[in-house]
Design a protein around this ligand. Structure first.
Ligand SMILES: [Zn+2]
Length: 288
């Protein structure tokens, strides 16, 4: 079985420490918690967006490396144990600043989903300034040029050549591909061409912007890619689940990854996988 974890950002600042969305609010006496310790119920509550503080992400990597086979798309899965794939969306600059060094430290590999319209060749802006841009601001207008909140092509090349990072397309301009006014064919193919030309590698994975997909968009994607990932909170039976999109489980805002991956949680994700299979058989996977 395969579990694909979905991450967004990694924060260095202590004010970015979050509690698990299902942590009991009464775990510490009310009134003694600093503002950054208070439970947040939604990923988007944070001023910079969804993610984990760096020490928390480090604990994730330590735990996952110890307990599971961590794989990339298409690689063989362990016959008896759960295999895990790490995926990071949007290629924010904090991936280069914080996540990449952790991947090196723990000898892990991850998929990085890149929306190519927002990638500039290089930048001399201080990293601190780049990291201060919020998730909502980053894709507005020309912010990607003036504040460089995303990884640059130069940084992506360095990470790809290290062997620790496999890039995936996250479309060109990060639209919801289900919308009738979006040119899905362009978004899907142009981003792949840009990644392959600029990074000199083959790109075989597409990650749906917003995790959103319908049958039309998926059909377009599968003409260009071997693997497509959505949001789905379910396990996968393998890399080729009946040509359906692969489901991903949110791992942002999770101070305790072991708690997120307890056997009962995994069992629930397994049940969802079975339900997905039944729906796919009935041709209704897109409504999962
Ligand atoms: Zn995204």
């Amino acid at each position: 079985m395969l579990l694909i974890l979905m991450y967004h950002r990694a924060f260095a600042a202590p004010e970015c420490r979050l509690l698990d969305s299902d942590s009991p609010a009464s775990a510490e006496p009310a009134g003694t918690l600093a503002p950054w310790h208070r439970p947040r119920r939604r990923a988007g509550d944070h001023r910079l967006g969804a993610g984990n503080p760096v020490p928390v992400l480090q604990a994730h990597f330590e735990y996952l490396r110890r307990r599971f086979d961590v794989v990339l798309p298409g690689e063989p899965l362990h016959p008896r144990r759960l295999s895990v794939c790490l995926s990071f969306d949007d290629a924010y600059a904090d991936f280069y600043a914080h996540v990449f060094p952790l991947l090196e430290k723990f000898s892990l590999r991850a998929v990085l989903a890149v929306p190519t319209a927002f990638i500039i060749p290089q930048t001399s802006l201080p990293m601190e300034e780049r990291l201060s841009v919020t998730q909502n601001e980053a894709m507005l207008g020309e912010v990607f040029r003036s504040k460089a909140p995303f990884c640059t092509w130069e940084e992506l090349r360095q990470m790809v050549s290290s062997g620790r990072v496999q890039v995936a397309s996250h479309s060109h301009r990060h639209p919801d591909l289900r919308r009738a006014d979006v040119d899905a064919a362009f978004e899907v193919s142009h981003s792949k061409s840009l990644l392959e030309q600029n990074l000199g590698c083959r790109v075989s994975t597409f990650v749906y912007p917003f995790g959103a997909v319908n049958a039309r968009a998926h059909h377009t994607v599968m003409r260009h890619y071997s693997f497509a990932m959505r949001v789905g909170s379910a396990l996968n039976s393998g890399w080729y689940p009946h040509r359906q999109p692969l489901c991903r489980v949110e791992a942002d805002n999770a101070p305790d990854i072991a708690r997120r991956l307890r056997w009962n949680r995994l069992a629930a994700l397994g049940l969802k996988w079975m339900a997905n299979g039944l729906r796919a058989t009935a041709g209704k996977w897109q409504s999962l």
